[in-house]
Design a protein around this ligand. Structure first.
Ligand SMILES: [Zn+2]
Length: 137
């Protein structure tokens, strides 16, 4: 790409926020130059600086790297609080934020716990513990 040319993405930011979790898939990017996998929309790779992102599905499983219990939610989640707001490191790369309606107390979750993306009708990326994934609706 010539230096005076702005990078371009095949979709808009609005597309990305709508499509972040879409049809039961988590969408992300892989840098074709250095291989970085990320869930964060961008025009250039934060590791190598190239503009060679290609869309890819992200794996639905990962591990909790941070969480908090949220007790004062927005309107869409009034009936769900308290619930865990989590940061998940996906298997194979990429971090996403999401929520876990089955976790209502900090003692019910731990850093490193295995979780699985659980598509639902609510907004946001919903996760369940992998140990619960087979039994929850
Ligand atoms: Zn890169």
């Amino acid at each position: 790409m010539p230096a005076d040319e702005l990078p371009a993405a095949p979709h808009t930011v609005a597309d990305w926020f709508r499509g972040y979790e879409e049809n039961g898939r988590l969408r992300g990017f892989r840098c074709a130059h250095c291989g970085l996998v990320t869930a964060t929309w961008g025009l250039a790779c934060p590791r190598c600086g190239r503009s060679e992102y290609v869309d890819r599905d992200l794996p639905p499983t990962g591990a909790v790297v941070a969480y908090t219990i949220l007790s004062v939610p927005g309107d869409d989640f009034l009936n769900d609080a308290p619930y865990a707001y989590v940061v998940v490191e996906l298997d194979g790369g990429g971090r996403v934020t999401g929520w876990m309606p089955t976790v209502r107390d900090p003692t019910q979750l731990a850093i490193g716990d295995r979780v699985r993306f659980h598509p639902g009708y609510k907004p946001g990326v919903q996760f369940v513990k992998e140990s619960d994934a087979g039994t929850s609706a």
